[in-house]
Design a protein around this ligand. Structure first.
Ligand SMILES: Nc1ncnc2c1ncn2[C@@H]1O[C@H](COP(=O)(O)OP(=O)(O)OP(=O)(O)O)[C@@H](O)[C@H]1O
Length: 261
């Protein structure tokens, strides 16, 4: 399995997103622009509330921006109709979450194939399913429900579910947040392989330098703004990466995010 048709970068241009909180509007993202080359592994870092999940949701087309645009394969996804946006997500985006978000009453394999059937697909899936189960090392667990699976196995099921539609982009929001460090590392290895072996574009939101170090590039958000971005090649371990990340955060000019109504 190799995703080779998507060569245009994923572009975020001047993205701004506001949320109402009581009497106030909060700018979760302010004027953020960045380019993510296809087939690369990028980590988005930043303190709690810096706008990481908001950026990821906008890139997935789960919410729409107040200003700016997300361009995928040359298309401004905010301009798509609801139907086209749903098709876009199903075809191009695989989503992985911290809490796995599996359906408790369904077996592992039924959770994995759900997105295909939800999109009206009625073709043969056995080969694709077997391939994914084997690749992720959960073939033996296919008939088990989530409560009979370990956290790591549940996250593998969630990754398989994200891949069943063969998306060229995988967006993962704190994918190791519910896992112990060994299982978290295994999840990172799987995500890395999706990038290096299958040419998928991987974007991971994380607080963890031990996760970010798997990426090629780090994007740092602060108070809804793009604070910095850097390559990880110079940081061979999570400690040196963490030290640089802290320097980046400390060197930033403070910026308030709350704007008057
Ligand atoms: N649906 C919402 N309604 C109101 N405010 C929101 C909503 N979603 C996000 N926010 C606010 O936008 C800001 C950015 O939130 P976001 O979840 O993107 O940050 P984050 O960096 O992902 O945080 P965390 O690491 O804690 O998950 C925060 O101030 C948050 O309270």
């Amino acid at each position: 399995m190799n995703v080779s048709d998507s060569v245009q970068p994923l572009c975020v241009e001047y993205l701004t997103k506001r949320f109402r909180q009581g009497q106030h509007w909060v700018e979760a993202l302010r004027d953020v622009s960045l380019t993510i080359e296809r087939g690369t592994f990028t980590a988005i870092m930043g303190a709690s509330g810096s706008g990481k999940s908001t950026l990821m949701h906008l890139m997935a087309g789960l919410t729409s921006p107040d200003a700016g645009q997300v361009i995928v394969d040359g298309q401004n996804i905010s301009k798509l109709s609801d139907g086209d946006l749903t098709r876009f997500r199903r075809q191009k985006i695989g989503l992985v979450f911290q809490a796995f978000n599996l359906i408790p009453t369904l077996t592992a394999e039924d959770n994995i194939t759900l997105p295909l059937f939800a999109s009206g697909y009625s073709g043969e899936i056995r080969e694709k399913l077997d391939d994914l189960l084997d690749r992720l090392g959960i073939a033996e667990r296919r008939k088990h429900r989530p409560d009979a699976l370990s956290g790591g196995e549940q996250q593998r099921v969630a990754i398989a579910r994200a891949l069943i539609t063969d998306p060229s982009i995988v967006l993962a929001d704190e994918p190791t947040g519910s896992l112990d460090s060994a299982t978290g590392e295994e999840t990172c290895r799987i995500l890395k392989e999706l990038c290096t072996e299958q040419n998928r574009t991987i974007v991971v939101v994380t607080h963890e330098p031990s996760v970010a170090v798997w990426a090629e590039r780090i994007i740092v958000l602060k108070d809804g703004r793009l604070l910095d971005e850097f390559e990880t090649a110079n940081f061979c371990d999570p400690h040196s990466l963490a030290a640089h990340y802290q320097d980046v955060l400390r060197g930033a000019a403070p910026a308030g995010t709350e704007v008057a109504q």
